[in-house]
Design a protein around this ligand. Structure first.
Ligand code: 3SK
Length: 513
């Protein structure tokens, strides 16, 4: 187990305590063309925390939403709000006002800190909100040229952090539920450290010489762990990219000789292609793949090119981070590996009973970092005896290794993003040309899966390329653009049950032949 003091503030552990341990001059964050040491990051977060408490009036337990792309300012705001005892909700920059509003309403969020470049949707979300009363801009480019930065600049560099308990909630992790309505899980201050002291230490052997790089948004706990908590816990450096396309990641890997990479198989494939044109990834000692299942051939190719394993793992926002993983000295193709120490995993049948090795069923997991849903209903359905029942089906082999089988719900996993089919359907149905539609995920070599919409048109609408483009643009303007259907198939009707329920599984079967 992990032994933390009763009074614990995770953000203080990742900043002030690191300075006290002698890491003050080490590089902590690199991003937007600047490098910041642990001392600079500590001072910055303390000033910001003063502004949040003294000027904005944030009190312990208040929920604070942060809206930003991955950059040092976002990390500083998250740490500052955590020092102030707030419960932080990190959100992705692509979210539209409607999606932000569903977060605000579910978590009754009163404060938002927003990169000024992303203010429009935030302001639209706050308009007439019963909950969100204070929206403050910060300068994501780190030039300190926004309201929150100006308030912080006048403040002292010492801040007496709020005396939080190790089991006070520090973070709400949001994910799309399978219907598109978001769900959130609560994570304690200690959970933020457990994922570092567990997975990052045990599996990745992180040290202060490591340089981290990766693509997942900090709003996704995969990114928050891999690109902020893990490096900061060990005195390592994190490189943060607002646009983590494979070419941009390659540039940074080469420039800073990055050693640990967190991304999805799609990006690894693109990076391997770039190796043929001379991309130098030789500095990477750990390539972590999660967010989508890692196809055997991608793992094999990485091994062949680098001589090192690509470490496939599965995590969940519910559990905060990775709980089943391969290891440097124990890895297999098309296999997710074994549980991280402290976590238990099993496969259960539709009746909730444990299934023997070799049988396909739903993956259930139990461990120190979850699962605690915000608001009651989901807890009863998806957490039984402490076991969180996931949306994935797996098989456990006779040796206790877990192998992914399929998703068990309407979530589509594309390039590491979780996309709820019903949410895309709702967006399409808001277009006058769409009478009915069903959205499924179809296999794709590059992205794992892509979103495919089967659309029945309203009378008078003309199928074709022009309408496909119009519907895609409409979805991009309605919900986060990464959710748009890359493929649209116009059909005359949809398969349905006798009671009129759309049978999406039939569309999937047709696809699979
Ligand atoms: O496997 C995932 O999708 C995941 C989710 C949350 C945190 C970490 C990971 C790897």
């Amino acid at each position: 187990g992990f032994d933390y003091p009763d009074r614990l503030n995770a953000a203080v552990e990742l900043t002030d305590v690191m300075v006290a341990k002698g890491f003050g001059d080490h590089t902590a964050l690199i991003g937007n063309g600047r490098r910041r040491t642990y001392k600079e990051l500590t001072d910055w977060t303390n000033r910001l925390a003063h502004a949040l408490v003294d000027d904005l009036g944030i009190r312990p337990g208040n929920r604070v939403l942060i809206r930003s792309a991955n950059n040092p300012a976002m990390v500083a705001c998250w740490l500052a709000a955590t020092k102030a005892g707030a419960v932080v909700i990190n959100s992705m920059p692509m979210l539209r006002a409607g999606e932000l509003r569903s977060y605000v309403e579910l978590a009754e969020i009163a404060f938002a800190l927003c990169d000024t470049r992303l203010m429009d949707e935030m302001t639209a979300c706050a308009k007439d909100s019963a909950f969100l009363k204070t929206v403050v801009g910060f300068d994501g480019t780190s030039n300190h040229d926004a309201e929150l930065d100006r308030l912080a600049l006048e403040k002292p560099v010492r801040f007496q952090a709020i005396d939080t308990a190790q089991d006070d909630v520090a973070l709400l992790g949001f994910t799309s539920g399978s219907t598109g309505a978001p769900k959130a899980t609560m994570h304690f201050h200690r959970d933020l450290l457990i994922i570092a002291d567990g997975y990052a230490r045990e599996i990745l052997n992180v040290t202060d010489t490591d340089v981290f790089i990766g693509s997942p948004p900090l709003a996704f706990t995969f990114g928050l762990g891999g690109l902020a908590i893990f490096p900061l816990r060990f005195g390592a450096a994190a490189t943060l990219l607002e646009n983590a396309s494979p070419p941009n990641m390659i540039d940074i890997i080469e420039k800073y000789r990055a050693t640990v990479c967190f991304t999805a198989p799609t990006a690894y494939r693109a990076m391997m292609k770039a190796m043929d044109e001379g991309a130098d990834l030789s500095s990477l000692r750990a390539a972590v793949s999660a967010g989508e299942t890692l196809p055997g051939p991608v793992y094999e190719e990485w091994m062949a090119r680098t001589g090192k394993p690509m470490l496939d793992g599965i995590g969940a926002t519910e559990m905060l981070h990775i709980f089943i993983t391969n290891r440097f000295d124990d890895h297999r193709p098309a296999c997710t590996g074994r549980p991280v120490t402290g976590y238990e995993a099993k496969v259960i049948g539709s009746d909730g009973q444990d299934l023997p090795a070799g049988e396909i069923g739903r993956l259930a997991v139990r461990g120190p970092t979850g699962c605690r849903y915000l608001r009651g209903a989901r807890q009863a359905d998806y957490v039984q005896d402490g076991w969180n029942i996931s949306g994935d089906t797996f098989v456990m082999d006779a040796e206790g290794y877990f192998h992914f089988s399929a998703r068990n719900d309407d979530i589509i996993l594309s390039s590491g993003y979780n996309i709820a089919g019903p949410e895309v359907e709702a967006a399409l149905l808001a277009h006058a040309a769409v009478a009915e539609c069903a959205v499924i995920g179809v296999p794709d070599d590059d992205r794992g899966e892509i979103v495919q919409a089967h659309v029945v048109l309203s009378t008078g609408a003309e199928p074709g390329e022009a309408l496909t483009k119009e519907l895609q643009d409409h979805v991009k303007a309605t919900i986060a653009p990464y959710k748009y259907p890359r493929s649209i198939v116009f059909v005359s009707d949809l398969p349905k049950t006798e009671t009129g329920k759309i049978q999406r599984f039939r569309l999937r079967q047709t696809r699979n032949g």
